[in-house]
Design a protein around this ligand. Structure first.
Ligand code: 6R9
Length: 653
C-alpha cells in the first residue's frame, strides 16, 4: 500500500500534546531517552535500583551466549518482598493495595499491611504442603484477591507459578499442568462472570484425571461462590482451612536474579502452547520502570485500574508485579464489563475515583457500540490518563476513548508488547510525546526496536515490514519452558541477531511506529501486501461500522481476496435491508486506501470470534471464508459465535 493511502487513512492528523501540568510533574521526561541512548546498560542498571536487592548486582547483562540472556545475574532479591513488605517497612502499611470489586457488587479493600500478612500465611501454607524452591504451582482462579496472594506466595518461596486463565477448559488446563509438571494447583470453587456463578473446580478435577498430571499432590481451593464441589480426600484442601491458621510471619529468602518467576502459556496459531519463561530481577525491573514511566504513577494519589485478567500477561505485569512493586493503589474487578449493566466499568471508575485506566481496544470498541450515553451517566472526572493494549487501536476508537472516557483532555498511551517481552516496549510517554491516534510511536528509553524488510534491512521512514527488537531487554523471555530449540526457531531464526516479534509494522514520515497486526494476518492481493489492520481501520472509520475483522481468502485471480466481517451499528443494520450499504462500504475503503484494498466481500455479522484476551481470531474467519473446517476453537470466548457466522454465509466462493 502506498504511503499516500496510509496518510489518507490516517486523515486523523491531529496531534495531542501532553497536558502542561502532567508534563511539568511527569515521572519521566525527554532526558530519559538521551540517557538511555548514551548508555543503555547503565540506564537499566539505574532502573534496577528502583528495587530492593539483598545483594546489589554488579553485572548488568551477560549476553555471552545469545539469545540466552542473563540480567543482573550476581544480584539477589525476593520479588514478593519488593511488591509488599518493603512498602510496609517504608511506612505505607495503611495504604490500600487492592480495592476488590466483585461482579455481584461485594467489595473489600486490602492494605499493604494486610496483603503482607496474607502472602506470608499463603507462603507458609505452600511450604507446609511440601512446595519447595523451583517446584511449579498452577493457578486456576477467578479475579479475586487470593489470586494475587497466591502468585506472590509462590514468588516468595521461589516456586514458579503457571497461571491458567480461569475461562480455559479442562483440556487447556491439563496440557499446561503436564507441560510444567506442576505439584500443586490453586483454584476456587468458582467465580462470578456474566451475572452468575461459573464453576472452576470441576475443570480441575477433570484435568487431574488425565495421564501426566500425577505429580499434582494437592489442590488448594478458595471458597468464592459457595457452589457444591466434588472432593478428593487427601488431595483437596480448602484454602481457609490451610492458609488461615498459618503464622503471619514469613522471612523472605533472596533468590538469584535469574531464578524463574513464572511460566505463562501463549497459544500461537499452530502447535502446542508455548510456555514463556520469565525470571526475577530483570522482569521486575522492567515492569516496575514501565509502570512508573508509561502510567506516570504517583503512588500517594493515583488509583490505577488495569482491566485485564491475571491469566493474561497484562494481568501479571500490570496488576501484580508492576503496580505492587511501585506501591500503587489499584482496583481489581472480578467480572465482565456488561454485568449487571453496560455501565459497570464506569460505575467502578466513579466509585474508586480511578485516575489511571488501562484496557484493550476490543473493550473500547464494545463501549462505542453500546453508545456514548452510557459512560456519560458517570462521573469520570478523576481520570487523568488512559492506556490501550492487546491489538492495534484504530484511530477511530482512540479518539472515542479520549473524547468519551477521557473528556477530551487525558493522554492516551497505546502500548505495544507481548507475553514474550514481559513488559511494555513501544509506547508514548505521557509527559513527553505528542500522541498520534492509532500509533504506538516510539520504543521506550532503553528499548531498541525497528522495522525491517524481508532481507533484514531497516526500512526508511514511510515504509513497512516486520517489527524486530535489536537489543536484549531486561524483561525478555529467557526461553520456552523445556524447549530451547523452539525458542531459537520461533524468535531468533527469521533474522540474524534480531528478535522477530511476528508483527507487521510501518514507520511513518516522522519515524513513528505503527503496528499492523500479526504477520500471519497480512494479505497478499495481486502482488500487494495489505494489512488487515489498515482495512479494518478504514471500515471502522465509517459511521455505520462498529467493529470489523478482515481476512485474505484464497482467490484464483488475485492470490487472496479481501473478505471483511463487520458488526454494524443499530440504525445502519436496518438500512442494509435496502441494500446499498455493502457497496457503500466497499467504495469507502477504496476511497480511503485505494482500489486495491477494496474488500471483495463484506459480511455483516452479529459478533466476531475473539480470544479470552480480546483478540480477534482471524484464522477462524479465514477458515470460514475458505469453506474449511474450523481449526482449534478452544481459546475462543464463546464458540457459538462461529456457528452464527457460518449460518450467515451463503457458502463462500
Ligand atoms: C500484551 C499482549 C501480543 C500481541 C502482539 C501484537 C498484539 C499487543 C498491541 C498489539 C498493536 C498494540 N498487540 N499490543 N498490537 N498495538 N498496542 O497483548 O500480549 O497476549 O502475548 O499478545 O498482541 O500482535 O504481538 P500477548
Amino acid at each position: 500500500m502506498s504511503n499516500e493511502s496510509l496518510a489518507n487513512l490516517l486523515r486523523e492528523e491531529r496531534r495531542f500534546e501532553p497536558p502542561a501540568q502532567l508534563a511539568a510533574d511527569a515521572n519521566v521526561t525527554a532526558e530519559a531517552y538521551e540517557r538511555a541512548k548514551a548508555d543503555r546498560l547503565g540506564f537499566w542498571a539505574e532502573q534496577a535500583r528502583r528495587l530492593s536487592w539483598s545483594t546489589e548486582p554488579t553485572e548488568t547483562l551477560d549476553w555471552s551466549n545469545p539469545p540466552f540472556a542473563k540480567w543482573f545475574k550476581d544480584g539477589r532479591l525476593n520479588v514478593a518482598y519488593n511488591c509488599v513488605d518493603r512498602h510496609v517497612e517504608a511506612g505505607h502499611g495503611d495504604r490500600v493495595a487492592i480495592h476488590f470489586e466483585g461482579e455481584p457488587g461485594d467489595s473489600r479493600s486490602l492494605t499493604y499491611a494486610e496483603l503482607q500478612r496474607e502472602v506470608a500465611k499463603a507462603a507458609n501454607a505452600l511450604l507446609e504442603l511440601g512446595v519447595r524452591t523451583g517446584d511449579r504451582v498452577a493457578v486456576y482462579m477467578p479475579m479475586i484477591p487470593e489470586t494475587v496472594v497466591a502468585m506472590l506466595a509462590c514468588a516468595r518461596i521461589g516456586a514458579p507459578h503457571s497461571v491458567v486463565f480461569g475461562g480455559f477448559s479442562a483440556d487447556a488446563l491439563a496440557t499446561r499442568v503436564q507441560d510444567a509438571d506442576a505439584r500443586v494447583v490453586i483454584t476456587a470453587d468458582g467465580g462470578y462472570r456474566k451475572g452468575g456463578a461459573s464453576a472452576l473446580k470441576p475443570a480441575v478435577d477433570e484435568a487431574l484425571s488425565r495421564p501426566g498430571t500425577e505429580n499434582v499432590r494437592n489442590v488448594l481451593v478458595v471458597r468464592r461462590t459457595g457452589q457444591d464441589v466434588d472432593w478428593t480426600e487427601g488431595r483437596d484442601l480448602w484454602w481457609h482451612d490451610v492458609v488461615d491458621r498459618q503464622s503471619e510471619e514469613h522471612t523472605p529468602e533472596a533468590f538469584e536474579a535469574e531464578h524463574p518467576l513464572f511460566i505463562l502459556y501463549t497459544s500461537g496459531t499452530t502447535g502446542k502452547p508455548k510456555g514463556i519463561l520469565h525470571t526475577s530481577g530483570g522482569y521486575l525491573t522492567q515492569v516496575s520502570y514501565t509502570h512508573h514511566a508509561v502510567f506516570d504513577l504517583k503512588p500517594e494519589t493515583d488509583v490505577f485500574w488495569c482491566t485485564a485478567d491475571v491469566g493474561w500477561v497484562t494481568g501479571h505485569s500490570y496488576i501484580v508485579y508492576g503496580p505492587l512493586s511501585n506501591g500503587a493503589t489499584q482496583v481489581l474487578y472480578e467480572g465482565t464489563p456488561d454485568s449487571p449493566h453496560k455501565g459497570r466499568w464506569w460505575e467502578v471508575v466513579e466509585k474508586y475515583k480511578v485516575t489511571l485506566f488501562y484496557t484493550a481496544p476490543t473493550a473500547i470498541r464494545a463501549a462505542m457500540k453500546w453508545g456514548d450515553d452510557i459512560p456519560a451517566k458517570f462521573d469520570l472526572s478523576s481520570l487523568r490518563l488512559l492506556g490501550s493494549v492487546g491489538e492495534p487501536i484504530n484511530p477511530e476508537a482512540w479518539i472515542w476513548y479520549r473524547e468519551h472516557i477521557g473528556a477530551g483532555r487525558t493522554p492516551v498511551v497505546d502500548t505495544w508488547w507481548q507475553t514474550e517481552t514481559g513488559g511494555i516496549m513501544i509506547s508514548p510517554l505521557p509527559g513527553v510525546t505528542a500522541t498520534k491516534p492509532g500509533s504506538a510511536q516510539v520504543p521506550l528509553p532503553g528499548i531498541s526496536a525497528t522495522v525491517v524488510d524481508d532481507e533484514a534491512r531497516e526500512v526508511p521512514d514511510g515504509a513497512g515490514g516486520y517489527l524486530v527488537l535489536t537489543e536484549p531487554w531486561p524483561s525478555m523471555l529467557r526461553t520456552i519452558w523445556g524447549d530451547d530449540q523452539r525458542y531459537l526457531d520461533t524468535y531468533w531464526s527469521r533474522f540474524e541477531n534480531r528478535y522477530f516479534a511476528g508483527d507487521g509494522a510501518k514507520k511513518d514520515d516522522d519515524g513513528d511506529i505503527w503496528l499492523l497486526g500479526r504477520v500471519d494476518d497480512v494479505m497478499l492481493v495481486s502482488g500487494h501486501n495489505i494489512s488487515t489492520t489498515e482495512v479494518e481501520s478504514a471500515l471502522v472509520a465509517h459511521p455505520a461500522v462498529a467493529e470489523a475483522a478482515v481476512v485474505g481468502a484464497a482467490d484464483p485471480q488475485t492470490t487472496q481476496a479481501i473478505c471483511a466481517f463487520v458488526i454494524l451499528r443499530g440504525a445502519a443494520a436496518e438500512e442494509l435491508e435496502e441494500g446499498g450499504l455493502v457497496d457503500e462500504l466497499r467504495a469507502h475503503v477504496a476511497k480511503q486506501l485505494g482500489p486495491i484494498a477494496k474488500p471483495k466481500r463484506i459480511l455483516p455479522v452479529a459478533e466476531l470470534p475473539k480470544t479470552r484476551s480480546g483478540k480477534i481470531m482471524r484464522r477462524l474467519l479465514r477458515d470460514v471464508a475458505e469453506n474449511r473446517e474450523l481449526g482449534d476453537v478452544t481459546t475462543l470466548t464463546d464458540s457459538s459465535v462461529m456457528a452464527l457466522i457460518q449460518q450467515k454465509l451463503p457458502t463462500a466462493g
